[in-house]
Design a protein around this ligand. Sequence first.
Ligand code: ATP
Length: 304
Amino acid sequence: MTSIVVVGSVNADLVARVPALPVTGETVLADSMTVIPGGKGANQAVVAARLGGDVALLGAIGSDAFADIALVGLRDAGVDLDGVETVEGPTGVAQIWVDDDGENSIVVVPGANRAVDADVVARHHDLVAGADVVVLQGEIPLRGSEAAARAGRGRVLLNLAPVVPVATDVLALADPLVVNHAEAERLLEESERPVPESPFAVIAELHGLGPRSVVLTLGPAGAVVLEPAAGVGEPVVVPTPHVEAVDTTGAGDAFVGALAYRVSQGDTLVDAARTAVRVGAFSVATHGAQPSFPTADDVLPSVR
Ligand code: ATP
């Protein structure tokens, strides 16, 4: 049995380093550009596998030259790719600009990721249904994510990045729902709920949407966890190590992949988040998304 199945996006990332992010109508000259594997689904699968997880990815690549680039990190990390289908047309591409402060702007062209619908999940039903943890994000068609959440008999980790309007029964399966602060605000606004100032109040509002547990990530402020089923009725703050941020791209994915891995190993959500903040912090201290993800040895002792 594969313990973690990620159903999500696979991209090639075109990363340009710029002195400052362009404002509307502005042209800036980049200092450099690299082409590296990315996509939230692939990133999270790579992190979980690098840390030691038994991971499979369900997704799609196109028939172009970006497909091999998109898969290289997954192959190196030993992720099972039997569930990655090839469709006619372009592979997903993310155009990423990173400035001198490590801040980024990203435009994602979904390409083949648009093909990851309920039919793909149905074709790989046994893989999804047999997983201990099914990890989902918002970069594939909603019907695909919803089908995977409903097909799984294991735990559903729902990272609503970006925010998509998931069905109420799917939100109710989330254990946890994981969002960053901006996504939390968006989700609450779209649900016509108040958006409080304090992260504690925000996480309570998010829990009111129906998920079994919630993790709110807060960048350099770490994360807040609410896991009522573990007997912890109050939110728990999990601080992150202080690091010099050079590139925050993929920090959220590093966090989610590590969280999935630790949850698959039987950790409580709070304990899993204690590892995940260290993995997230490690990733912001290094350039790129997948190239910046640690192995278990890089973040010992808390990972094994
Ligand atoms: P991104 O969209 O940049 O990939 P995100 O907004 O989804 O990230 P964040 O909340 O920014 O997610 O970061 C996820 C985790 O990474 C945080 O909980 C924290 O542990 C770590 N992290 C992010 N930024 C920093 C930082 N500047 N210093 C230390 N840790 C950080």
